[in-house]
Design a protein around this ligand. Sequence first.
Ligand SMILES: Cc1cc2nc3c(=O)[nH]c(=O)nc-3n(C[C@H](O)[C@H](O)[C@H](O)COP(=O)(O)OP(=O)(O)OC[C@H]3O[C@@H](n4cnc5c(N)ncnc54)[C@H](O)[C@@H]3O)c2cc1C
Length: 420
Amino acid sequence: MRHPQPVAWAVSRWCADPWSRGAWTGLLVGGTGADRARLAAPVSDRLVLAGEGVHPTRPAMVHGAYESGLTAAGHLLAAGRPGERIVVVGAGVAGLAAARELRRHGRRVRVLEARGRVGGRVHSVDLGGVTADLGAAWLQQYADNSLAALARECGLPVVATDFTDPLTLSADGRVEGATVALDALARTAHALTAAADRPVAEVIAAHAAGLDTASRRTLAYAVEAGVTLESGLDFRLASARGAFSEPGVGEGDRWLPGGLGTVVTHLADGLDVILDRPVTEIRPGSDGVTVTGSWGALHADRVVLAMPLAALADLAVDLPDGHRAALARIGTGRAEKVLLRYPDRFWPVSPGGYLWWGEGTDTWCEWADLTDGLGHPVLALLAAGDAATSLHSPTRTDADIAARAHATVVRMAASFPNLP
Ligand SMILES: Cc1cc2nc3c(=O)[nH]c(=O)nc-3n(C[C@H](O)[C@H](O)[C@H](O)COP(=O)(O)OP(=O)(O)OC[C@H]3O[C@@H](n4cnc5c(N)ncnc54)[C@H](O)[C@@H]3O)c2cc1C
């Protein structure tokens, strides 16, 4: 059977991008939420960090970033007074949230953004008249999600995805029991790390050792989509406690057919944001803080650093030992997306719009079928961990990556000619 070619596509490069250096944070062995809380505590009464990585209980998610921006703003509001000049570094959701809150309380706020756009790891792109997200898309923990509340206030439409029972497929048929396998792995992880944290790789190996061949294969599919994609970290370094206890994708998550960028546009509205202003140095002085880049320098009373934790590695900034130690226990995972828009839907349809495709480990393992929400056939394919690194290798062109992703869709559809 001949399958149609994509009419539009987009490819992400989050891992190679110096302004993100990866997808989202996760705990390394020995790391805990207390490390994130440590980073959220002010560096001084003039400098505070914000971003998903420093939210103690909602890391890695866009509403965690939003809340952390509000928290950071709260610290600087408590330390200062109206009329002060505040610089916010980074116009992602955390930076924009902080800037809005500070401006609302009478601060003179300027946001410096390295890229030529706002939004950071929220990036809605045009696929020939249809908008979809190359970065964050879902409002997770929807029932208790502060950004979802904002989206509702703005009257933005949302669409639910059912993550509880994905259509799990491999080249030789449906894979039954993947979510059950994942639950069993999580129980093992809790038992094995009750006394002390261990690397995810050790826990998976110990769990798999007790399984027969068929169960091990099911587990491999479950791990790809259910653990690798949630973490994106090197499993030899990733904390098993963190991987199986920090929150992530949950029931009732929803996405915005107009793109999550609509929320970012709302957050950025009216703010003084200067694009293409990478900051390279933060220097505190007796009367404020100097923020420097190749473009010049700005002096402010106080600063919010709302850049990704991984990007902090390139910044000259003096952080206290406690902050440095906490940073060393938090890693940044790898995940990449390909968006493919087609003239027709020709792949198996999952009732919840959510598929796991087990074609071996070097693949886009998680697929979101956005067709029903967008009214056009669009797939979002996600790869994580080593697969993200190799599939989205900097030596490959975007066109090559999109072509490979398309070939994967065709292989998957060809394996299931009889599924709807
Ligand atoms: C593929 C992918 C899928 C995701 N899916 C979801 C999802 O469905 N739901 C969800 O909740 N979360 C998801 N996330 C995570 C979510 O995108 C992030 O948690 C959130 O957007 C982080 O916001 P932030 O403001 O902390 O950081 P960012 O959005 O990264 O903002 C930081 C800003 O700082 C800027 N910056 C960096 N360095 C400098 C510098 N030196 N000078 C000036 N500016 C600088 C960056 O350009 C950026 O604009 C996903 C992420 C990825 C990559």
